[in-house]
Design a protein around this ligand. Sequence first.
Ligand SMILES: CC(C)(COP(=O)(O)OP(=O)(O)OC[C@H]1O[C@@H](n2cnc3c(N)ncnc32)[C@H](O)[C@@H]1OP(=O)(O)O)[C@@H](O)C(=O)NCCC(=O)NCCS
Length: 242
Amino acid sequence: MMMKTPQNCIEVVTIQKYQNIPNKNKITGYMIVLDDSYLSSIMTLQEMIVEDLKDSNIFQSDSAEFIQRCLKTHGKIIGIIVKDRLIAFRVIYFPGHFDDNLGIELAFPEKILSQVAHLETVVVHPDYRGNSLALKMNYQALNVMKTLKYHHACVTVSPKNFYNLRIVFQLGFIIKKLKIKYGDKLRYILHKNLEEELSFNPKDSIVIPSTDIEAQQNALQQGLVGYKMHQTKEGFAIVFGQ
Ligand SMILES: CC(C)(COP(=O)(O)OP(=O)(O)OC[C@H]1O[C@@H](n2cnc3c(N)ncnc32)[C@H](O)[C@@H]1OP(=O)(O)O)[C@@H](O)C(=O)NCCC(=O)NCCS
């Protein structure tokens, strides 16, 4: 039976693929901003995703306390509901002047730290992958940030997380730093200025395999930024330029 479109729906999504197979029957998902009644569904979905990971290093779980803060005061969480079940979510966090503001890592002037919003955890249930649901939730997340007058979006992504990196490049983020975060995990720190569209047409771009951490860190130290990626025989490579 078709669910009625919820009043708070921000986008209706059509699920074209289920368990990686094109659907015969149309499945409809409803994208909404979640309230705190979804806390346990978010934690259950996150646990399932963690159990399913091939490499636990690519994912940093959020605590229930952090999720609660994002639901209530310091963020927003966008979710997709299919047949009354949460199948995907995207966490947005407003770090303000807390120490975890990624603007500090990127040496933003103090006065703009309050204009920084983060894209934090994003997950899609494995059965529903391949429907660009993360990309769709991310577009809505950037709209939420702009509506709330945030000017800078930041996100961390593992250099091993091909799928997520490809999505954040599609959104126009650029890699500005590569370092250890969350205790022991290598992460790119990416930034997008929400007020301007960047276009890259560098004369001397360099392509570095994603596994060559030192060469990428050197390029970033020289003032280059990573702005796109290519699939290679070995995996993938990042294109750096200015
Ligand atoms: C990152 C993530 C949210 C993307 O999911 P998504 O929106 O469904 O991805 P897309 O629709 O862009 O997928 C595009 C293609 O990549 C494939 N794909 C996406 N994520 C995949 C994964 N983790 N493993 C294998 N294949 C994957 C899809 O099946 C699809 O294949 P197709 O082109 O043959 O159809 C999802 O992979 C995920 O939940 N990963 C685990 C959690 C995670 O790493 N989150 C990011 C860090 S917070």
